[in-house]
Design a protein around this ligand. Sequence first.
Ligand code: NAP
Length: 240
Amino acid sequence: MARTALVTGGSRGIGAAISIALKDAGYNVAANYAGNDPVAQRFSEETGIRIYKWSVSDYEACAAGIKSVEADFGPVDILVNNAGITRDAMFHKMTPQHWREVIDTNLSGVFNMTHPLWGGMRERNFGRVITISSMNGQKGQFAQANYSAAKAGDLGFTKALAQEGARANITVNSVCPGFIATDMVMAVSEKIQQSIIAQIPVGRFGEAAEIARCVVFLASDDAGFITGATLSANGGHYFA
Ligand code: NAP
């Protein structure tokens, strides 16, 4: 029987590519999103992937959302914590709200989604938890104290939980993308885009599908001996 994968922020950008790649690899896929209904609906119509709306920043909403996914597909075997936001500002201009929103989504969201699923993965003696962190969590990034802190936190979460999951055949890994051509990155001006590309040894932004292939590998049985790992996919931009 096909395993079931749940991808947060799975309707757009990197998450959409992950949802599609997992579906193509034979998994049942549920894609969560936050609020952009037209984009999510179009994604679902085009791909046949079911969409589920809730905010990963709300623990109760996550628990309820997971229940509705499990009612449709059965137990979730693979969780991809992909949902993420930016609220960039230099630190002297960063507000407590900028800080809280990013921590609540990018770090607490990972707890809120993993915690309700963890007991079931332990009982069934199988699981995959794959979190999309960021190169900027590894190296820190100007005007992203909130984002870099959250994404670095995701790496610590991964390494700690990998130790707890190992005996139950649950692997817990992170992927750290560099700059990938999604809405998040293409929102900056052409001039800034060119200055970023100049710093990337391969001379281009990454594609969402390239991150999706990392996730498909980490989800597979072939990756059963890999846990607690940080997989960098950044075109040579940064060596952790
Ligand atoms: P994106 O294009 O902005 O898409 C973000 C997705 O996350 C959307 O589906 C969005 O849903 C969803 N989302 C946002 N907040 C949410 C919440 N509270 N609850 C549930 N879903 C939520 O982002 P992306 O560029 O694909 O980035 C995906 C992940 O990769 C993020 O974690 C990001 O930090 C990480 N990353 C991206 C890059 C890059 O270069 N793009 C580099 C490194 C790491 P709606 O459509 O409903 O808003």
